[in-house]
Design a protein around this ligand. Sequence first.
Ligand SMILES: Cc1cc2nc3c(=O)[nH]c(=O)nc-3n(C[C@H](O)[C@H](O)[C@H](O)COP(=O)(O)OP(=O)(O)OC[C@H]3O[C@@H](n4cnc5c(N)ncnc54)[C@H](O)[C@@H]3O)c2cc1C
Length: 256
Amino acid sequence: MDEASRLLGQGEDVKVLAGGHSLIPLMRLRLAQPTMLVDINPLEGELGYIRRDNGTLRVGALTRHYQIEQSADVQRALPLLAEVAGEVGDLQVRSMGTIGGVLAHADPAGDYGTLALMLDATISTNRRSIPASQFFLGLFTTPLAADELITEVSFPVASGPHRYIKFRRRLSDWAIVGAGAQRMDDGQWRVGITNAAATPVRASGVEQALASGASPAEAARQANQGLDPASDVRGSAEYKTHLAQVLTQRAIEGAT
Ligand SMILES: Cc1cc2nc3c(=O)[nH]c(=O)nc-3n(C[C@H](O)[C@H](O)[C@H](O)COP(=O)(O)OP(=O)(O)OC[C@H]3O[C@@H](n4cnc5c(N)ncnc54)[C@H](O)[C@@H]3O)c2cc1C
């Protein structure tokens, strides 16, 4: 860890290499041209783990998607996280990609960001702990310094009804829009939306409506608050906003 941090401090264009499933495609397109890569895969012993501590599920940054999907601890402590991990990309992506890489990359279509935000997760680095609510600053933008490494993500334990729905054209695609719903152990709902703004969005309006006794259909009408989807080849902004409302309703109604 110390060596990785020291190497990362040697310049702005030095990059961490984790699973490589976002960084290598960017390099291939010449959108990223790092002067040096710091391969953190040899740190798997230190950064690849899943631990449950009372009410918290701690996941090391180098934990692969398939390890999260298949972990009995995750399935018991926070089954929504296992469900989401099983929906990331395809088998090759899930075999190599890491939870730390998804969060550091901060693609609004990344699935874990939504979960981290709606569940008030904490993202720890080699320097500090950052609440998820302060982590996603904009499109592909986080508060991480050039020589800062994500080490762990900690989620609250929640085993109640949950559902995450990704709307996509092919099974291995990123979400055009996604929605997640989780009923916490205190009975309150948490709801989040993927890829309908520059960052993941916590659907606080939906959560408040549910807390006041609204039906899922009524509550989902609040899902457009804070959204600002881009119109692109996958659909217009209006279409994506509509999708967010429909998927939110389905996620709440389908939560088991
Ligand atoms: C075909 C395809 C489909 C995909 N579908 C999905 C999907 O549906 N949902 C989804 O969420 N993701 C999807 N992904 C992305 C995948 O989950 C990547 O694994 C992820 O975005 C990046 O994780 P990584 O470990 O591969 O990171 P890398 O590609 O190695 O790194 C990505 C970025 O994060 C930085 N970084 C990595 N780890 C750390 C760390 N510990 N600390 C600080 N910085 C770090 C790197 O420097 C780089 O800037 C897909 C990827 C592909 C190729």
